[in-house]
Design a protein around this ligand. Structure first.
Ligand code: ADE
Ligand code: ZN
Length: 339
C-alpha cells in the first residue's frame, strides 16, 4: 500500500506553510536571526508536540513562526516543503499563509509573500510542481485587521488565488468575517474557510451562506447534520480532510472512528491533506497511509481521493481533466503490473 500511495499523483489543498517549519529548520533560522527559542534542543521542542486541542497547538505554532523575519526565511521554509511534496508525488498544491502572524510582529507583507512566492516559482521550474497561494485571515483577530490585511494584499493580487479563514474556531464564527469576504469576492478572489473542525455544523452553514466558499477546510462536524450532509453531497462542495491533524488535535480519538468513511458513503467530495505536517507527524503520504489502514480503504477508494484532489483544486477544467487522466493512467498501470 505504501508503494501504491507514494507513486499516486495527487494535489494538496490544505497546507499551512507555517506548519511546515520543522524543528531543525526552526533552530537554523533562529540562529541566523539571533532569536532565542524557549526550548534548549530540537528534541526538547519535539517533546512539546503533544496537544490537548487546537488552541494548545496554535500556541506553539505561533511561537515557532516568530523565528521568521527575512525573505530568505520564508523562501527556505517554502522550498523545503515543496521539495518534500515533490518527492511524495504531489503535482499541485494550494498553500495557506497567515500574514497577520508576521505583520503584527513588524514583518512587512511583501517580505512574507515574496519569499514564499519565489520558492513556488523556483520549485515549478526545477520540479514541475505547480502551486497557488491562499491568504488566511486569523479568525481570533477582529474583522478590521482582516480588512487591513486584504488591502495590503491588493498590490500582490496576481500571486494570490483565494482568501481563507483559520486559527481558533470556537467563538469565532464565519459570519464575523462577512464584510471582508464580500470585499474579497469583489476583488475577484475565490474563498475557502476552516469550519467544523472544533466548531459546530452551523459554522459550516455560515461559511457556505455568508462567505460563499468554494471549499470547506476540515468539515468533520458537518456529519452531525443530515440536511447539511445532503447539501454538501448535492453541491459536491469539497472538504479538505486532514486525518493526522484530527488525531493529534483530538478532533477524533482514534483514526478508526474518523468520519471519512461516512463522508465517502454519503458521496461527499473528500480530499486528504496534511494541514501542519511538521507538527502532526506526517506529510501527505503518511496521511493517506494512516487513514487507508485505519479505515481499510481499497486502492479504488484511495485513487478516488487523489482524483477528488484535482477535481477540488483551483485549476481550469481542462487542466483538472488532464490531471485526473494521469491518476487513471497510474491506476491502470499499477493494476496491470500486478497481473
Ligand atoms: N492554523 C494552522 N493549522 C490550523 C488548523 N488545523 N485549524 C485552524 N487553524 C490552523
Ligand atoms: Zn488547517
Amino acid at each position: 500500500m505504501l508503494n501504491f500511495i507514494n507513486g499516486l499523483p495527487k494535489a494538496e489543498l490544505h497546507l499551512h506553510i507555517e506548519g511546515t517549519l520543522n524543528p531543525e529548520l526552526m533552530f537554523k533560522i533562529a540562529k541566523r536571526n539571533n532569536i532565542k527559542i524557549k526550548y534548549n534542543s530540537i528534541d526538547g521542542l519535539k517533546k512539546a508536540y503533544d496537544f490537548g486541542n487546537l488552541q494548545d497547538f496554535l500556541n506553539l505554532y505561533y511561537q515557532g513562526a516568530e523565528v521568521l523575519i527575512q525573505e530568505l526565511d520564508f523562501y527556505e521554509m517554502t522550498w523545503e516543503y515543496l521539495e518534500k511534496a515533490h518527492i511524495q508525488n504531489v503535482l499541485h498544491c494550494e498553500i495557506f499563509f497567515d500574514p497577520q502572524t508576521h505583520t503584527t510582529r513588524g514583518v512587512a507583507f511583501a517580505t512574507v509573500i515574496n519569499g514564499i512566492y519565489k520558492a513556488m516559482m523556483d520549485a515549478e521550474n526545477k520540479f514541475g510542481i505547480s502551486s497557488k497561494l491562499i491568504l488566511c485571515f486569523l479568525r481570533d483577530m477582529d474583522e478590521e485587521s482582516a480588512i487591513k490585511t486584504l488591502h495590503e494584499a491588493l498590490p500582490h493580487k496576481d500571486k494570490i488565488i483565494a482568501v481563507g479563514l483559520d486559527s481558533a474556531e470556537v467563538g469565532n464564527p464565519p459570519s464575523k468575517f462577512k464584510n471582508v469576504f464580500n470585499l474579497a469576492h469583489q476583488e475577484g478572489f475565490l474563498t475557502v474557510a476552516h469550519a467544523g473542525e472544533e466548531g459546530p455544523a452551523d459554522y459550516v452553514w455560515e461559511a457556505l451562506e455568508h462567505l460563499r466558499v468554494s471549499r470547506i477546510d476540515h468539515g468533520n462536524n458537518s456529519m452531525d447534520d443530515e440536511a447539511l450532509i445532503d447539501e454538501l453531497a448535492k453541491s459536491q462542495m469539497p472538504l479538505t480532510v486532514c486525518p493526522l491533524s484530527n488525531l493529534k488535535l483530538k478532533v477524533v480519538d482514534d483514526l478508526k472512528n474518523h468520519p471519512l468513511r461516512k463522508m465517502i458513503e454519503k458521496n461527499l467530495l473528500v480530499t486528504i491533506n496534511s494541514d501542519d505536517p511538521a507538527y502532526f507527524g506526517g506529510y501527505i503520504n503518511e496521511n493517506y497511509l494512516a487513514i487507508a489502514e485505519a479505515l481499510d480503504l481499497s486502492k479504488e477508494e484511495i485513487g478516488q481521493l487523489a482524483k477528488n484532489s484535482f477535481k477540488a483544486c483551483f485549476f481550469e477544467d481542462f487542466l483538472k481533466e488532464k490531471m485526473i487522466a494521469k491518476v487513471d493512467e497510474y491506476l491502470l498501470n499499477y493494476n496491470q503490473n500486478l497481473d
